[in-house]
Design a binder for this molecule. Structure first.
Ligand code: ACO
Length: 317
């Protein structure tokens, strides 16, 4: 039987750091409000000369090196992003060129904060149908480029970064299952309106935060049950929760549902903010580098985001 297994992980954060104290200088907010309502203390922001493709490329280089494969062995590139450098070409094509890969399919997918789970789910199917052997799956976003820094309810949340994995065919169990969903009916609660395109005014995120919060918590409850039931596993079997990092209170609610101590949750939101499609691979990499996540551990990744989209991946690392 063919399985798909994560062979290497890498991540990258831009150098510039924006702290809550920095935001206090320009917004009617406080470090105390931001920390207690979101868990965020600081976030990384791209410089004026940096693009999402740069974040994706830096993360990809590390994942390839950690997987110990050559770029010639990559036969598909999938990038999850909401903030491509241009409308086209895709970031996946940008990364392909930057890596010097001459001929492999490459495409972007757009599922906002659930994008990395969507990417992993697609890649898993390519491997299990023997359509590819080594796939570079990246989640990268420059959310600062679509953030209105005069809107205190949004400016505090978002950060920039990139994370990548090499997913390879294997005779050992890796991805046990992925589950992806969408429901477009709540568009107005979280979106980037396009009514300013003609005036060339920067398009920025609009969110009804407290309503999104309630739907996210309720949906994540169901995600956990779905992934465990599909694999006949119990809550106690999970070694690590690697969640999308939107709000520490959402992470705490999911951990509670899993009857899991927060010590078993990889938390990066305090230093990264919400980096959208990048947040799960960034957290995964941090979990590995810190020595928490080890080979053989059972990991539940889950995300909820714009669309609405949501999903999970249960993985034997
Ligand atoms: N500083 C101080 N006060 C603030 C700030 C701020 N930065 N932002 C909002 N407030 C005020 C509001 O104006 C409001 O004041 P009022 O009561 O006088 O009207 C009060 O604080 C409460 O506002 P809420 O929006 O109800 O605050 P809440 O506790 O819900 O926190 C937050 C807001 C952090 C946005 C939260 O709702 C949240 O995390 N939502 C979910 C985000 C999410 O999961 N998104 C999906 C993934 S993202 C993606 O896919 C792109």
């Amino acid at each position: 039987m063919i399985f798909s297994k994560i062979k290497g992980v890498g991540s990258y954060l831009p150098k510039k750091v924006l702290t809550n104290k920095d935001l206090e200088k320009t917004l009617d907010t406080t470090d105390e409000w931001i920390t207690s309502r979101t868990g965020i203390k600081e976030r990384h922001i791209v410089g004026s000369d940096e693009q999402t493709s740069d974040l994706a490329f830096e993360a990809a280089k590390k994942a390839i090196s950690n997987a110990d494969i050559s770029t010639e062995e990559i036969d598909l590139i999938i990038v999850a992003t909401t903030t491509p450098d241009k409308i086209f070409p895709s970031i996946a094509c940008n990364v392909q060129t930057k890596l010097g890969i001459k001929n492999c399919p490459a495409f972007d997918i757009q599922a906002v904060c659930s994008g990395f789970i969507y990417g992993l789910s697609i890649a898993d199917k390519f491997i299990k149908t023997q359509s590819a052997k080594n796939i570079l799956v990246i989640g990268a976003d420059s959310m600062s480029k679509i953030t209105d820094y005069t809107d205190r309810s949004n400016a505090i949340l978002w950060g920039d970064g990139g994370g990548a994995v090499i997913l390879s065919s294997s005779d050992q169990q890796g991805i046990l299952s992925t589950h992806i969903h969408a429901d477009g009916q709540h568009e107005e609660l979280l979106h980037v309106p396009n009514n300013n395109i003609k005036n060339k005014i920067k398009q920025t995120i609009t969110m009804q935060g407290s309503q999104v919060f309630k739907i996210a918590v309720n949906t994540l409850d169901k995600i956990v049950d779905e992934a465990l039931e599909a694999n006949n596993l119990q809550k106690k079997d999970i070694d690590w929760l690697v969640p999308h990092q939107a709000n520490i209170r959402i992470l705490e609610a999911t951990a509670k549902k899993l009857q899991m101590s927060m010590d078993k949750v990889i938390v990066t939101i305090d230093r990264h903010g919400n980096t959208s499609a990048a947040s799960i691979p960034l957290a995964l990499d941090e979990g590995i580098i810190s020595g928490k996540i080890k080979p053989g551990h059972l990991i539940l990744m889950e995300a909820f985001g714009g669309g609405f989209t949501w999903g999970s991946a249960l993985i034997r690392f």
